[in-house]
Structures are given as structure tokens and as C-alpha cells.
Design a protein. Structure first.
Lengths: 237, 419, 255
């Protein structure tokens, strides 16, 4: 569903992505991991069209995304830190996005109900706590039943209960055959969700493997340990 | 209701005698027209004696130059047309006590050398030219070496485009005691032209759309012009090299252009400008070499410059005028000020009046620094009313440094005068 | 009108600064007209408002609003919305709401007290100046990511057009006083939208002096309806150019 070829991006002299080639398919749940500043967020933003690549191409559902915006109707995006216009209320934001997407049917309001957001529709965005803002972001990402979900640090800032609700939701959506792309630091949280792992470092792609493959290769049971052993092995080679 | 008194026998006889005497005095009557005694005006004039009256009935008379050498009355009935067919002068008056009235006089010649006219009066006195229509003549009415003549209620129209191709409407030269009253002059070079004309009056005329001046006035001492309207003439009104002119209650309007003035005064002295209105002119009054003039109770409204008083003027008194809505009230070209500007109403005055005597407690400096800048550097006008210029003006008003310090109204009025 | 413009206009109209701006304009306009006995003086005060306050508020408010809209822009960009449409909506949203403020604050009293040629010209020019300076705000906010710098640039541009430019022109005038520079002067005014606006009003306000002095070139150019059309076209150019530059930059901007 997503096809990335030879993706380069530099901000001024700083090279953030140095030739990334990736391909994600339906039904996969991919964890995008790597140290801070390795280019994860830039990669995600490139897919969303918020960052314009210096070189290389990205295809979503077979279509090039440059000079195209319609493809974004297939994507639900939950940012790391959701930033919303201060003066708008939760209700207005949701209404506006519905308006823009021109979709009023086939809405997935499960998270809306679980997070009890309807009771807070009149609250302005600037009065919300970080956690509540994240709940709004999550709700918006899932609301339109998109085929692709891009979640940037989804559980950061959420309380354990909300976090659990989100994880449940991710699992159901995965089972529906959607492509889910998650970046996260806390690997242990993701153990039971993910099918593939993409590891990035210094703008390079270190590896892209399925979890089962990774486990067999390293003989480790836990993902974090498996990764650690790969990295150690990589540095010895 | 007044009571009708029957006329007494004595009065009746008196009236009869009067009528008889006047009949005798006015002489005989000659009629010119189709199916009349005469068909040619020239013939009738030839036959007429002094004091006779020649009636000319409506028709189109093309008799070339008609010359009157007798003291007769030439009266048009039903607006007969005297057509010059663009050849020379139409009517020449070379006798005293002549009256010409009720004609349409048109198409004089256009040679510029001998100044062909609609009517020309040569060295005569007591000539009356009234209620005629002049159309498309080179000069309209021309008086030279004449005295005690009256030009009254005529309408003069010409269609000039260029100054060189047209003469003046009413042209008076080396004459005395003339009365120019109630005429309308349009489209000539100068509406009314006075040169070496003395002791005369110009009253209730309207001069509009003339190529050069509405009124052109030189070396003409002790004249008055009163209640005239000068509108939209090429360069307004020029009054030059003259003593003792009285300019009362005239209206000077809409004279626009680089060198256009409502009223231009050059080398004028001992004169009065009172009760006039100057409205929407590029410059209301322009004064140069002007001495001992009283400018009083005039209205200056919506002019580019209310007055331009050049440094060559002295001992003029400008008092009790209203200056309202002018872009600049006053401007000058030097730093010498020998004129008095007291007790005027300036709408730009921003002072206060604590003792409520209708006189501002702080003097007013009517000269703005920017008007001086523009005087020296005309294109600077493009910057007018920009913040920079407003700032410059305000600071100059607080601390005059470039504008002459004694250019000042010490007793500015708080309210406009009822003029 | 699309939905995004609607949201932006509603958002701006709720903004206190815009309300205060409208209120100040209204109080100012009503008071100058009711205090002065002749409307010409009121118009002169309003002229300064139009030439100084309106551009200043338009450019600074729009710049700040654009910086504060970065979240909004980000939110919209993750949705299936065209970048051009987002930028255009922001532009029209700002222009429409500021013109609304101006028309309520200045337009209504102007039309009531001075429904003359000058009045209409001032209204038209005020609207143009608002639009031009919103466009300039778009330009200044796109050239740097730093909000403080962006506002600084906006203020500098305002300062330049409102004050410095005239100072420079005045200086040039004195330096070149001996040359026939009238034609050049008319050309130079086209380089400053505020000057252009001022002259358009001046031509109606001080018609006697303007027609008199700078003579032929003035009558030939600004005096004709063609000249006025050209002047308005130049103002349009002053809107389109900064906006298009900002649009090109926005299309390639990384968020």
C-alpha cells in the first residue's frame, strides 16, 4: 500500500533521510523505531505530504503522492503532539474535519464513546490537558475508517486505561486488514501488536523485518532483546 | 388699496406736450425689412437724419460692413441677423449718440491684423449697445477712444480653441466713463479687455470659458468692477499696472491650471478687494508688486492656494476674510513680510479662546513649510498629506525655523464670519 | 465560499483584536465627523487613519494570525486538502474579515457624512490597502519560521512604505530639483501602495491644487479614468505579487 523509493531529505545542510527504500502492505502493523533524531517523524511527514522530499518518490495505493492530496483520505494520522487551533472547541474541530472530508456516514465513533469526549464538546482546545488532546487526536485518526493508520508515539501522554483502549482499537483495526504504522520508544508496549519492525538510524534504514523472522534469527523471545542483539551483531560485523 | 385718482386736465395736457416734444426729438422712423419701406439697412441709414430711428425687422441681412456716421437709433425687431460672412467688420459706429439694440450680429472676419469686430465704436461718445447677440465673431464689441458709452445685456459667444485665433469679447481701449453691464461672454480670448480705460464700471457681467482671461485689465485707473462672475477661464482674471481699482462682490470660480488664478494682481496699488468669493481656483489671489491694497471680507473656499503673496508686495492689509477648505491658505516666495494679516478666520487654526471674545489667544502662522517647499519644487506636491509631510508641517508650526516668523495673524477669529 | 474560509472568518471575527480594531475605527470615524463642522477636516483625519492605521493593523494582525495558524495548517494538511486551497482560504478569510471591520468602522460613517466622490474613493482605497497589506503579511510570514522575525519584517515593511519611502522621495526631489522629474515621480509612486492610495484620494480632495501644480503629467495620468484604472491595477499587482510569492513558498514548505 505504501511504496517508498530512494527517499532523501535535507533541511539546509542537515541530511535527515539518506536514501530510504521501504514497502508496506495491507494487514501489516509496523513499528517504526530508532533513536531520537533518526528521521522517523520526517519519514512519516513525508508520507503525509507535510514534508516535501528532496529526492525519491512515495506511492500510496499505487499513486505518486507529489502534487496530489486526495490520497490523504485513506490515511488517519495521530501526531506525536497534537496541535490544534486554541480557540476551537473539540466539537468544532471534529465537525470541521468531517466537513472537509465530506464524510458523515460510515464513521467510526468507537473511541469517541470510549474516551467520553461527547461530554466535552464545548471545551476549547487550549484548556485541554495533553492526555485529552491525545485522545482527540486518536479519535480523529480512526474516525473516518481509513485504510492506513499512521500513529506517532500513540501511547505517550495517555493514562494506562486510555492507552489500553487505544491498543485494543489498534488490534481490531489490524484484524480488519488495515495497514498500521506506529512509531514508539516503548517497545514492550507493542510486543503483542506488531508484525513488522523498521529500524532507522542516522537517516539510514537499518533493517525491516517481520517479528517472527527477527525472533527466529536472534533466538530471543522479547522484541526489545531481539533488536538489541541485532544491533550488537551489526556493530561487530 | 390705493384709490384711483382721476387725471386732472392740467396733467393730461402736460402728458400730451411731453409726448409731442419727445416725438419731435426722436425724429422720424424708418422701417427696414421684407415688404417694408426699405429692404437694405444701408439704404435706410443713408436716408436717415440725426435723431431718426431705423427699425430693422427679422431677416438675414448680408450687407457687408455697415457704417453709422449719424446719431441714429438702430433697433432690431424680432432679432434680425447681421451676417458678416467672415469678411471684415460687421457694424462700425463713427458717431455720437448712437443706439444699437436687438440684433444678432455674427461671423465677422477673422484676419488678425485689423481686428475685425461684430461692432466697433470709433472715437465716439454716448453710444449704447444693448440686448444684442454676438455669435462667432473675431472681436465682439470693440470701443476705442470712446466716452460715456454703455454696453449692456449683450450675449457674446465664440468658439475658439487657440488664443491666436480669436479676439476678445468686449474690448475697450483708451476710453473713459464706460459702463459694461450685464453681459455674458463665452469662448473668446479675454472675456472683457480694458486697456487705458478710466473711471468706468463693469457690473454684473458673466465671463465663462474664455481661452485666456475672464477679465483682462491694464493701465486702467479708478475703475470698479462689481458683482461679476468669472468662471472657468483659462487663466482667471488679470489686473495689472493700475491704481485705484475697486473690486467688490465678484465671484471667481474654477480657474484651474498651472498659471491660472482666480485673480492675478500685478503692480496694483491703492485698491480695494472687498466681499468677493474665490472658490475652487488653483490660486485664489496671486499678488505681485502690489501695494496698499485692502483685502477685506472675502471668502476663500476650496482653492489650491488661497492667496499667493509674493515678497514684492507691501503695506497690504488682509483682514476679516474667511479661509475655508483651501489646500494651502497662503504661500509666498521670500522671507520678507511687509503685509498685515490680522483678524481672519482660518479653518486650519487650532488655538483656543479662553476669554471667549471670539479671538484666538495664540497667533496663527498661516504659512505651511510644505507650501514653501512646493513653491520651490512643484513635483513635491505628490507627497502632500503623506505622514512625513504632516510631521514636517506640525513641527514647523511649533517651532518656526524656515517660514518667516512675522507671517502671522495675531488675532485669528474662532468662528467664521458671516459673509 | 468554501468551508475552510467560513471557519477562518468565524475564528477571526471571534478574535478580540479584530473587534477592538473595528470599534476603534468606528469611534474615531464617528467622532471626527460629529466634532468637526466641515466634513473635509473629518476626511483628512480619516485619510491618516487609512494611510497609517489600516496598513499597520492589517499587516501585523495577519502576520501574527498566520503564525498562530500553524497548528491549524498542520491539522488541515494531514487531511485530504490541497495546500493551495489552505493558503487561499487563509488569505480570503483574513481579507474578508478585515475588510468587514474596515467597512463597518469607517465605511458606514463615511457614507453617512461624506457620500461624495472623495468618500467613495476613500472606501475603495481603504479596501485596497487592507488587501495589499494582508498580502504583504503573507509574504513576511512565509520567509521565516521565526514568529518574532516575521513580525519584525512586517513592521519594517510597514515603516518603509508609510514613512521611509516618502523621506527618500523627498530627498531625491531636492537632489534632482534641477531636472524634469515629474514623469519619474509618477512612476516612483507606483512603487509604494500607500503613496498610490494617498494620491488617488488627494486627486479628489485637493483637486484644485493637484490639477494646478504638477500640471500636464498629472492631468494626463491620474486625472483620467484610465489613470485611475491603472492605479487600481497597480494596487492589484501589489496584492497578487506578494501573495503569489508566498504561495509558491508555501507549496514547498516543510511543516
Amino acid at each position: 500500500m505504501i511504496e517508498i523509493t530512494n527517499l532523501h531529505k535535507h533541511f539546509g545542510k542537515l541530511e535527515v533521510l539518506k536514501g530510504i527504500n521501504l514497502s508496506f502492505n495491507k494487514g501489516e502493523c509496523i513499528a517504526l523505531i530508532g533513536p531520537n533524531g533518526c528521521g522517523k517523524t520526517t519519514l512519516i511527514k513525508s508520507i503525509l505530504g507535510m514534508v516535501i522530499p528532496s529526492q525519491g518518490t512515495i506511492k500510496v495505493k499505487g499513486e505518486l503522492i507529489s502534487k496530489n492530496y486526495q490520497y490523504r483520505q485513506h490515511i488517519g494520522y495521530m501526531p506525536q503532539i497534537g496541535r490544534y487551533p486554541d480557540n476551537m472547541t473539540i466539537g468544532q474541530i471534529i465537525e470541521m474535519i468531517k466537513d472537509i472530508r465530506k464524510e458523515n456516514q460510515n464513521l467510526d465513533e468507537e473511541l469517541l464513546h470510549h474516551y467520553l469526549l461527547q461530554g466535552m464538546f464545548d471545551k476549547r482546545m487550549r484548556t485541554l490537558s495533553g492526555g485529552t488532546t491525545q485522545k482527540v487526536s486518536a479519535t480523529l485518526a480512526f474516525l473516518f475508517n481509513p485504510d492506513i493508520l499512521i500513529l506517532d508515539e500513540p501511547t505517550a501522554g495517555l493514562d494506562p486505561l486510555a492507552s489500553e483502549i487505544l491498543k485494543e482499537k489498534i488490534i481490531t483495526e489490524k484484524q480488519k486488514g488495515k495497514l498500521i504504522l506506529i512509531t514508539s520508544h516503548l517497545l514492550s508496549e507493542l510486543d503483542d501488536l506488531i508484525t513488522h519492525i523498521v529500524f532507522m538510524q542516522d537517516g539510514h534504514l537499518k533493517f525491516h523485518q517481520s517479528v517472527s523472522e527477527l525472533k527466529t534469527r536472534t533466538g530471543e523471545e522479547r522484541i526489545s532483546k531481539a533488536i538489541a542483539s541485532v544491533l550488537r551483531g551489526g556493530s561487530h560485523e | 388699496m390705493a384709490e384711483h385718482e382721476p387725471i386732472s386736465m392740467k396733467q393730461f395736457i402736460q402728458i400730451l406736450v411731453c409726448l409731442f416734444i419727445s416725438f419731435q426729438y426722436y425724429g422720424k422712423q424708418l422701417q427696414v425689412g421684407l415688404n417694408k419701406e426699405f429692404t437694405s439697412i444701408k439704404k435706410a441709414i443713408e436716408v436717415a437724419d440725426n435723431n431718426d430711428t431705423v427699425y430693422v425687422y427679422s431677416g438675414h441681412y448680408k450687407e457687408g460692413n455697415i457704417v453709422i456716421k449719424k446719431s441714429i437709433k438702430l433697433i432690431g425687431k424680432g432679432l434680425p441677423i447681421l451676417d458678416g460672412e467672415k469678411k471684415g467688420e460687421v457694424l462700425s459706429i463713427k458717431a455720437n449718440y448712437v443706439l444699437v439694440s436687438g440684433f444678432k450680429i455674427q461671423k465677422s472676419g477673422f484676419a488678425s491684423l485689423n481686428d475685425p469686430c461684430g461692432v466697433k465704436v470709433y472715437d465716439s461718445h454716448h453710444v449704447i449697445i444693448e440686448r444684442n447677440i454676438f455669435d462667432d465673431n473675431f472681436f465682439g464689441i470693440y470701443l476705442q477712444y470712446s466716452k460715456h458709452c454703455v454696453v449692456k445685456n449683450n450675449k457674446l459667444t465664440a468658439y475658439a480653441v487657440e488664443e491666436q485665433q480669436i479676439g476678445n469679447g468686449i474690448h475697450c481701449w483708451k476710453s473713459d466713463s464706460l459702463q459694461i453691464i450685464g453681459n455674458k461672454v463665452k469662448g473668446h480670448r479675454d472675456g472683457i479687455y480694458f486697456e487705458f480705460v478710466t473711471n468706468s464700471v463693469i457690473w454684473r457681467n458673466i465671463a465663462t470659458d474664455n481661452i485666456r482671461y475672464g477679465l483682462h485689465f491694464m493701465f486702467s485707473h479708478s475703475d470698479s468692477y462689481i458683482s461679476n462672475i468669472f468662471r472657468n477661464n483659462g487663466a482667471g482674471v488679470a489686473v495689472m499696472f493700475t491704481k485705484g481699482v475697486k473690486m467688490f462682490h465678484n465671484t471667481f470660480e474654477e480657474n484651474w491650471g498651472d498659471a491660472a488664478y482666480g485673480l492675478m494682481l500685478k503692480e496694483i496699488s491703492d485698491s480695494h478687494i472687498i466681499g468677493n468669493t474665490f472658490k475652487r481656483n488653483t490660486t485664489g489671489i496671486y499678488m505681485e508688486g502690489t501695494n496698499r491694497i485692502l483685502v477685506e471680507r472675502n471668502k476663500f473656499e476650496s482653492n489650491g492656494w488661497g492667496m499667493k503673496v509674493q515678497a514684492s508686495c507691501m503695506d497690504n492689509i488682509i483682514t476679516n476674510n474667511n479661509l475655508i477648505g483651501n489646500t494651502f491658505d497662503i504661500s509666498t516666495n521670500g522671507s520678507l513680510v511687509l503685509n498685515t494679516f490680522n483678524s481672519n478666520y482660518w479653518d486650519k487654526y487650532e488655538g483656543y479662546d479662553l476669554n471667549k471674545d471670539n479671538v484666538g489667544d495664540v497667533p496663527f502662522h498661516p504659512l505651511s513649510i510644505f507650501s514653501i517647499i512646493v513653491e520651490k519644487n512643484p513635483p513635491a506636491m505628490l507627497l502632500f498629506r503623506s505622514f512625513m509631510v504632516t510631521l514636517l508641517d506640525k513641527s514647523e508650526k511649533m517651532m518656526p525655523s524656515l517660514t518667516p516668523e512675522n507671517f502671522i495673524d495675531n488675532t485669528p477669529l474662532m468662528r467664521s464670519l458671516d459673509l | 465560499m468554501n468551508r475552510i474560509i467560513k471557519f477562518i472568518i468565524l475564528d477571526i471575527l471571534k478574535n478580540k483584536i479584530v473587534l477592538i480594531y473595528t470599534l476603534i475605527l468606528a469611534v474615531l470615524s464617528w467622532s471626527v465627523f460629529s466634532l468637526e463642522d466641515n466634513s473635509t477636516k473629518g476626511i483628512l483625519t480619516l485619510l491618516n487613519v487609512i494611510l497609517l492605521t489600516v496598513p499597520l493593523v492589517s499587516v501585523i494582525f495577519s502576520t501574527i494570525y498566520l503564525y498562530n495558524s500553524s497548528e491549524f495548517i498542520e491539522l488541515l494538511l494531514s487531511q485530504p486538502v490541497n495546500r493551495v486551497k489552505i493558503w487561499r482560504s487563509l488569505f480570503f478569510g483574513l481579507v474578508i474579515s478585515l475588510i468587514l471591520s474596515f467597512s463597518i468602522g469607517v465605511g458606514i460613517p463615511l457614507m453617512m457624512y461624506a457620500p461624495s466622490n472623495v468618500g467613495f474613493m476613500m472606501l475603495a482605497v481603504g479596501i485596497c490597502i487592507t488587501t495589499v497589506f494582508v498580502a504583504i503579511a503573507f509574504f513576511s510570514s512565509i520567509i521565516t519560521r521565526d514568529k518574532a522575525k516575521g513580525i519584525g519584517i512586517a513592521i519594517m515593511l510597514w515603516l518603509f512604505f508609510a514613512l521611509l519611502f516618502d523621506g527618500i522621495v523627498l530627498f531625491l526631489l531636492f537632489q534632482l530639483a534641477d531636472y524634469p522629474i515629474e514623469k519619474m515621480m509618477v512612476g516612483i509612486t507606483a512603487l509604494n501602495p500607500i503613496d498610490l492610495a494617498r494620491i488617488l484620494i488627494l486627486l479628489h480632495l485637493d483637486v484644485s491644487a493637484m490639477m494646478g501644480y504638477t500640471g500636464a503629467i498629472f492631468k494626463e495620468f491620474f486625472g483620467t479614468s484610465l489613470g485611475i484604472i491603472v492605479a487600481f491595477l497597480v494596487l492589484l499587482l501589489w496584492t497578487v505579487t506578494p501573495y503569489l510569492i508566498s504561495l509558491v513558498k508555501f507549496k514547498n514548505k516543510d511543516l
